[in-house]
Design a protein. Structure first.
Ligand code: HEC
Length: 91
């Protein structure tokens, strides 16, 4: 099995690039690396602006329940969103 088949089997092909999360040692970055890195590589916060992130994370909560039977709690969602919007794309 080639690498592309392997990646395909693991889930969406994006975002698969390894990113260095800002403040990688902070609790929020660890939470993102853990909870947002299960189906694909943890996303680069600069991928979306602060305005865009809430809708993306809401969609991910649906994916989690549907695909993994996992719930991102309201408190976890708050921490993840605070982190992603703070480091989000500026323009
Ligand atoms: C249960 C599996 C699963 C988990 C856990 C998960 N995702 Fe995703 N993610 C997906 C799937 C499936 C796609 C592709 C379909 C889509 O974009 O909705 C995706 C795509 C993405 C994308 C690329 C699409 C876009 O709109 O930019 C981003 C960014 C993303 N996820 C962020 C996150 C974040 C942030 C978290 C943690 C809160 C997370 N994901 C956790 C399944 C998951």
């Amino acid at each position: 099995m080639g690498l592309s088949a392997l990646l395909a089997a693991c889930g969406p092909s994006e975002p698969v690039a390894k990113v260095q999360l800002p403040e990688a040692d902070s609790p929020a970055a660890r939470l993102v690396a853990d909870r947002c890195g299960r189906c694909h590589a943890p996303p680069d916060p600069r991928r979306h602006s602060a305005e865009e992130w809430p809708a993306v994370v809401e969609r991910m909560r649906v994916h989690m329940v549907r695909q993994a039977n996992e719930v991102l709690s309201d408190e976890e969602t708050r921490v993840v969103l605070e982190y992603l919007t703070r480091h989000g794309r500026k323009s």
